[in-house]
Each structure stands twice: as C-alpha cells, then as structure tokens.
Design a protein around this ligand. Sequence first.
Ligand code: SF4
Ligand code: SF4
Length: 372
Amino acid sequence: MEMRIAKKLNIETSLLGFGCMRLPMKDGVIDYAETERMLDTAWDAGVNYFDTAYVYHGGKSEGVMGPILKKHPRDKFYVADKMPVWLPKTPDDLDRIFNEQLERLGLDYIDFYLMHSMTTEHWADVQRLDMLRFAEKKRAEGKIKYIGFSFHDTPELFAEIVDAYDWDFAQIQYNYLDDKGQRAEELYKMLEDRGLFTVVMEPVRGGDLASLPDQAGNLLKQTAPDRSLASWALRYVGSKPGVNVILSGMSDPAQVRDNLQTFSHFDPLDKQERAVLAQAVDVLAQIPQIACTGCQYCMPCPVGVDIPGNFDFYNSIQKFGANPGRVRRWGMLDKKYDACVACGACLSKCPQHLAIPDELKKLADVAAALHG
Ligand code: SF4
Ligand code: SF4
C-alpha cells in the first residue's frame, strides 16, 4: 500500500482512504456484512484512513463503520468524522452531536475532526457558535486529535478560511477535470504552500471519470489496457506530492479490488500518460455544452427555477451519461426547467449572455430520453 508520511503531524497514512458515504445497500439499509468484508479487505491491504460524517447515510454510516474498525488496535487506524456545522443552534447542541458521534462510532476519540462542508454560510455558522474553540476543548480532553475542514466554495473563501486558524489539515475536491475549470488546483497549491495535511475527495468526480464517453475513454484504454478509467483519475491526484490521503467512496467489492490494485503498487503518471490524459481532457472539452459558469448572477429566478443546477445537469449528462446519482439529485431540484415562464428577468443578468429560457428547453429532450 502506498503510504504518505506527514512530518508536521508525525504520522503515516495510506494514500487510499476509505470513504464511508456510499456504502453498499440491501433492502434499503446499509449492507453490514458486505461493508465489513470490504473494510476488512481494505484493512488487510494496508488502508488505515477511514472517513465518515454525522450525516452520511442519513446518520447510519458512523454506526456501521466504527464497530467494524474496532476489531483492530485503536492506534493502528485513523478515523475522520465531521461536525455538521449547519445543524447546531446552541453550544449544547455541539456537545450533544459530538457525544452522539462518539457513541455511534463506539470509539473514545476521533483522529481527524472536520468542520463539514465550508461555504460562506457554513463558515459563518462555525464562527457564530465558536466551533473551533469547542473542537480545541475536545482536543484538550483527548477526544479529537486533529482539527480541519472540508470545503465547497471559491478559492477566495478558501484563502480566507485557511489563514483564519492554525488548521492541522483540510479536505478539498480535486480531480483532473476540475483542476483548472473549477480552480481546484488553486486550493491544492494553497495547502501545499502551507504544508498542511491534505485530503482529497471526489477524485473520480462522483464516478464521472470512471465512465468517460468512448472518444475520451478509448484514448486511456489504448494506452493502458489493463488499467481502469478510475485508476487514471486516482493516479492523477496521487501524483501530487502534497496529497496525503485520497478518499474513494467505495460501494462494492469490485471498486475495492480496483482501488487496491491502483494503490498497492502505486505509479505516478509518467510524462507520456500525462500527455494522453491532457488529450482526453481536450476531447471532453469539445463536447457541446451550455456555457454556464455557475456564477449564480441570474438567481434567484422569480418562480424558483434553479438555472445553474439545471445547466450543470445538462452538461454533465452530455459528457458522462445518466449517472444514477446525478439523475436522482436533479430529480430533487426544487423547481426544474419546465417551471420557467419565460419572463426574461434573468437575461440581462447573465454575463455569458445565455438565452436562458431557450437553453432550459434543451432539458426537455434530456427528460424525455430519461423517461424512455
Ligand atoms: S425566464 Fe425563466 S428562468 Fe429566467 S427568470 Fe424568468 S422564469 Fe426564471
Ligand atoms: S448568470 Fe448565466 S452563467 Fe451565471 S449561473 Fe446564471 S446562467 Fe449560468
């Protein structure tokens, strides 16, 4: 197993981290037996970093993962868990949630404790209830080892947060498709410059990069017929020297096997492979897209259409097909394309000059295709 030494924290973690947010399901609940087999297989291969959160699987992930890990010596594995910063309303809520987390896990302490999903609003929540002081108190009590945050917002906010506190680590979304477009590379660089322990999430972009369209995927397959598409995405991130842990939310034994193959004999991408990957990214970039940047200037729409959410869905479908998770999330959008009344209020606000009501009509074709 590829291991990474974190000098500042004086620890060694497996480069592959087991994300427990998409565990296998059976009859509507987490399949405990299958999960145990998968975690055991990962453990036997040397994985020692396991990531969960209070809200994963509707609050059930911690209670499944903790007891399975407890079979092993406590000082041999690292558990990451997260405070759902948007839930607590009073200081007492912080204690209640934290104690519940320890109880669900069945552990005395959490190694890596994150402020979950920092955005402008969530960062304000952290400050309002002084959650970092709370975390420090728990660290002093020996119930937390390292304090960090996970992030889902702009590099500008990231720069503010990363320098606002003496963090031990941070978790960022990073993959070969979002490094430039979504400016993920800037986040990575900020962490690398500060020598902070770096955890990467969504390295395969929620499964997108494991199911590339043929014109891009074939380039990778021809170069390395024995390697999976997912392995390219993982090796891209793992080739960055400042990355300590790459989380993969594994849902079935085949994914565990494939990931272990990638990380058991880890090869960083070589020059030729990087060139082929860049070619595949160029091919993806040529797939026609609605030129929405997600800036949100057009929002709110008076009738509540989630304009960028719909465009993002459309663009992703064109590139990666109907990934079930994506279709489900789109189905959950409050108001979809068909609520648009063509009032035109959004038109002058769009810096990309998109004909928004007309572009939204393209979603009708997607919906028709999805519903057969
Ligand atoms: S044109 Fe459609 S999407 Fe734009 S503001 Fe009006 S209702 Fe909303
Ligand atoms: S203003 Fe234009 S580019 Fe920005 S989110 Fe709305 S549609 Fe997209």
